[in-house]
Write a protein that binds this ligand. Structure first.
Ligand SMILES: [Zn+2]
Length: 328
């Protein structure tokens, strides 16, 4: 069986044919070069609009790295045609194996991206003798493809939150499916118990731009009536984007964040009133009461419990704030 026959089985391109296969000794490790030619009478397809057009000229030969074989690098070798497209002008033809001007074939990029799921990107780069940036490019291609083909059916509730990422104040806005992911979805049983990340956007500021919902296509889900609940931490830009993009969904406020806001409010009232009492010369009843008021009642020590019930007898703004907060 010839190499060309194998290639035609694993990677056939409709309008192109495989030509001579060369063994290249002068590279380390040795490489195989496989020529590609346009099929006879095959018309070049414009990379701009995807339509055929009359030929113009040919560019110099380019090498596109393909999936390695027997530890050897494999390159597809082809001189791209240019065509005089009636709509776009003179353009390079679309090559079904290439990723724009990238020297990797699409098949090899997918191969690397699949290894990058199992190994670190640095390890993949080392094993396959390439730069970290090349592996990054392959993963980026796979992620962009995944985003464009994400299946949003069956998602009725979403959560929006941010994650600290890397060093410094770098944050990611993450939009995720709240309900358990259906078994078998995303091709893994493990996902049945996990929450599925649906979209993310990077931000350098305290919070990223809250674009996740738009990325996810929340408006599309809303129109189809699929999106029914959405949960967030009440950060204003999230509230705005949710009202705009998913107004029909019920906005659930996260209990953890409500409690955090209440605790902050109680603490502000306490600090202000403590300063006021001190300035007016009253007994410092609020001194060292911060944790009495902020801790969960069930976590208080016996001594703290007694102090808290003493404190609650005073007619203070802090006490009223505590009582309002603890009812929630
Ligand atoms: Zn065109």
């Amino acid at each position: 069986m010839q190499l060309k026959t194998i290639l035609n089985r694993v990677q056939k391109f409709k309008s192109f044919v495989y030509g001579a296969v060369r063994w290249v000794e002068d590279s380390s490790p040795p490489a195989l070069e496989v020529e590609l030619h346009p099929r006879a009478n095959g018309q070049a397809v414009c990379s701009g609009c995807g339509r055929g057009g009359p030929g113009y000229d040919r560019l110099p030969v380019r090498r596109f790295e393909f999936v390695p074989l027997w530890g050897m690098k494999v390159f597809l070798v082809y001189a791209p045609r240019r065509l005089a497209c009636p709509r776009c002008g003179v353009k390079v033809e679309r090559l079904p194996w290439a990723l724009g001007k990238h020297p990797l074939t699409e098949a090899y990029a997918w191969f690397l991206a699949s290894w990058a799921k199992r190994l670190s990107w640095r390890e993949v780069a080392e094993v396959f003798h390439m730069s970290w940036e090349t592996v990054f490019g392959a993963v980026e291609m796979a992620v962009l493809w995944g985003r464009a083909h994400v299946d949003l059916s069956g998602i009725h509730s979403l959560g929006v939150d941010e994650l600290a990422w890397g060093r410094g104040h770098r944050y990611l806005t993450v939009v995720y499916q709240m309900t358990p992911v259906a078994s078998g979805c995303c091709g893994s049983e493990r996902n049945a118990r996990s929450r599925r990340c649906c979209a993310s956007s990077v931000g350098w500021a305290r919070k990223s731009q809250g674009q996740g919902l738009a990325l996810l296509g929340a408006p599309r889900m809303q129109r189809s009536g699929g999106l029914r609940f959405i949960c967030s931490d009440m950060w204003k830009p999230y509230l705005k984007v949710i009202a705009k993009k998913a107004g029909q969904a019920i906005h659930v406020l996260d209990r953890f964040h409500i409690m955090a806001h209440l605790s902050k409010a109680i603490d502000e009232v306490r600090a202000q009133e403590a300063r006021q009492l001190k300035a007016q010369g009253f007994d410092p009843v609020l001194t060292k009461t911060r944790w009495l008021l902020l801790k969960r009642p069930e976590n208080l020590t016996e001594k703290q419990e007694t102090r808290l019930s003493d404190l609650l007898r005073y007619n203070l703004r802090t006490v009223r704030a505590y009582l309002v907060g603890s009812k929630n």
